[in-house]
Design a protein around this ligand. Structure first.
Ligand SMILES: [Zn+2]
Ligand SMILES: [Zn+2]
Length: 314
């Protein structure tokens, strides 16, 4: 136990120092390798595009909930890591390794890619990660208790780039754990996937931005604002009511698995989900929402079970 507490504390302190070095460029590494300032630069870039050439021209420059999403952006990307994620994920990784070791498994690598070129390794990681995340995203819509948390992302009613990182921190845990477990089967020779992360952030920002350019047949591979707008649609056809267009960076998976849906351009469609009208509007209440849904669900289940037991439910 002491070992895990120590790993937790070290992770915590390590991250605080790392974040400070990122902001002040004092880590001694190359200047371009900087998540904090890349996030700022990519955000500034899309904000400028939204202002210069907006897709929905009558949308305010600072749309509804812009500042809430702005906060989410830094919370999910940095603060959440700073407060808990980095430290606890180190613990999870060590627990996982120790668990496997207790089963006598020291090596989970099934596909050795460490001798491939760096470019090919990055591409492999990107495609595998995106595919795992596509499945997770589908689950977030399909599994009722996960959907309660994912509603935070779908509570966006006016779309803009910063909506990209409006999501519940539980999603970070679900996505990263799944990706971690799958990637453990690959023997990568590099541990720095900076460019993959930066690329996915840029495409994610663009998918939500009030800015559109036509990309021709590339739309069958790459996710885009047109497609992702429909992912946020309030009204969906009955046969696809769990959701459509689950793509994160690639749209390819939706076309392959038949979950694509773009009936028309969709520039001005109503966004959200039935019930979004009553969804809480502040950060704190949104963070708590999924947990209270969980509690209600547990109570309903307990009610149902006790009724069943008493034979009232026939
Ligand atoms: Zn979704
Ligand atoms: Zn979205």
């Amino acid at each position: 136990m002491e070992k895990y507490i120590e790993i937790f504390l070290n992770g915590y302190l390590g991250y605080a120092g790392y974040l400070w070095q990122e902001i002040t460029f004092s880590d001694g590494g190359p200047w371009w390798h900087n998540y904090f300032w890349y996030l700022v630069a990519i955000s500034g870039f899309f904000l400028a595009l939204e202002w210069i050439r907006p897709w929905r021209k009558d949308q305010p420059r600072f749309r509804k909930d812009f500042w809430l999403d702005f906060f989410y952006m830094f919370f999910n990307f940095f603060l959440f890591s700073l407060i808990i994620y980095n430290a606890s994920s180190d613990v999870v990784v060590n627990l996982w390794i120790d668990f496997l070791a207790s089963l006598g498994i020291a090596n989970t690598i099934a596909i050795e890619v460490k001798n491939w070129s760096v470019g090919l390794q990055l591409l492999t990681l990107f495609i595998v990660k995106d595919f795992v995340e596509w499945w997770i995203h589908r689950m977030l819509h399909r599994v009722p208790f996960l959907w309660e948390f994912h509603k935070v992302h779908h509570s966006v009613e006016q779309m803009g780039f910063a909506a990209h990182l409006r999501y519940h921190w539980m999603e970070t845990i679900v996505y990263k754990s799944a990706v971690y477990v799958v990637l453990a089967f690959f023997g990568f020779g590099i541990d720095d996937f900076f460019f993959v992360h930066i690329f996915t952030i840029a495409i994610g920002h663009w998918n939500h931005a009030n800015f559109r350019i036509k990309i021709g047949p590339i739309k069958y591979i790459l996710n885009n604002p047109n497609m992702h707008m429909w992912h946020h649609a309030y009204h969906l056809p009955q046969e696809k009511h769990y959701g459509v267009n689950f793509g994160i960076t690639l749209s390819l998976w939706d076309y392959l698995f038949g979950t694509d849906y773009i009936p028309h351009e969709g520039r001005d469609i109503k966004l959200g989900f039935p019930g979004v009208e009553n969804f809480p509007g502040t950060f704190k209440s949104q963070v708590l929402y999924g947990f209270s849904g969980l509690k209600n669900r547990r109570h309903r289940l307990a009610d149902k079970l006790s009724k069943n037991k008493n034979g009232h439910n026939r």
